[in-house]
Design a protein around this ligand. Structure first.
Ligand code: CO8
Length: 258
């Protein structure tokens, strides 16, 4: 499969997608988002892939949706064309874990793309923001919804209403990112985390992802019930037998993803 706006690689059991529109700080357009969707389709179908990393460049994860492409849009262009967002949810619907490795700017749609991933690992150079208000629009790909869930209303309002950027330390303190690492170690750290995850039982990894995400979609009681039922179903897996037998025998588990 050949791509023009992303670079796709496989390392061990990890799929790596690098956003690659350097001339525009990885600004997102339909072509790029569609390519990310195709790469995710391929990784999802590949039983040798256990986790996925999405990253950008040292200067920008993605500086938002492509402003030049949107500047002259009419309402009907945006509404009927469903610009950028027509394939946007593909990251969310991916059943394997997706880690965003963010260095530099993650602004507007770039911040929203990172937030759609399951975990953000940030370089100390990362800057997150929802600056759409400066362009006379508002976040349109999840910013007003995912940001308050991640960092609370006060900071989400601050970012969306003032367009101020949040640096990596503040983003970690606020719960937006899982880890902050020196910029030159970002990809190694993200790949290492993804490799660790991909060594565990894939069906269990998928069950955990589904269960944690359920916490945002249901009441506590419904979520707990969902978790309990999924927990019970894990006892149907060969990997459960292997994991517990390995613990008892004091050896490393050899998961077969079954
Ligand atoms: N779109 C298009 N081109 C961009 C974008 C962008 N978002 N960001 C940067 N570029 C281009 C610049 O135009 C410039 O191109 P050129 O060299 O041809 O002039 C090149 O990238 C380098 O950028 P700068 O020279 O501006 O670099 P600086 O280091 O001076 O500044 C910034 C970096 C601060 C990141 C600056 O480029 C900037 O403010 N960019 C725009 C950030 C922004 O406003 N993002 C939000 C966009 S709107 C959005 O994301 C809405 C999402 C909703 C999606 C759903 C739609 C329905």
């Amino acid at each position: 499969m050949s791509f023009e706006n992303i670079i796709v690689e496989t390392r061990n059991r990890v799929g790596l997608i690098t956003l690659h529109r350097p001339q525009a700080l990885n600004a997102l357009n339909d072509a790029l988002v569609d390519e990310v969707g195709k790469a995710l389709d391929a990784f999802e179908a590949d039983e040798n892939i256990g986790a996925i990393v999405i990253t950008g460049s040292a200067k920008a994860f993605a500086a938002g949706a492509d402003i030049g492409a949107m500047a002259e849009f009419s309402y009907m262009d945006a509404y009927k064309g469903d610009y950028i967002t027509r394939n946007w949810e593909r990251v969310k619907t991916c059943r394997k874990p997706v880690i965003a490795a963010v260095a530099g700017y993650a602004l507007g749609g770039g911040c929203e793309l990172a937030m759609m991933c399951d975990m953000i690992i940030a370089a100390d150079s990362a800057k997150f923001g929802q600056p759409e208000i400066k362009l006379g629009v508002l976040p349109g790909a999840g910013g007003t919804q995912r940001l308050p869930r991640a960092i609370g209303k006060a900071k989400a309002m601050d970012m969306c209403l003032t367009a101020r950027m949040m640096n990596a330390d503040e983003a970690e303190r606020s719960g937006l990112v899982a880890r902050v690492v020196p910029a030159d170690r970002l990809l190694d750290e993200a790949m290492s985390v993804a490799t660790t995850i991909s060594g565990f039982s894939l069906p269990v990894v998928m069950m955990i992802k589904e269960s944690v995400n359920r916490a945002f979609e249901s009441s506590l009681n419904e979520g707990l019930l969902f978790e309990r039922r999924v927990f019970h179903s894990a006892f149907a897996l060969q990997d459960q037998k292997e994991g517990m037998a390995a613990f008892v025998a004091k050896r490393k588990a050899d998961f077969r993803h079954l």
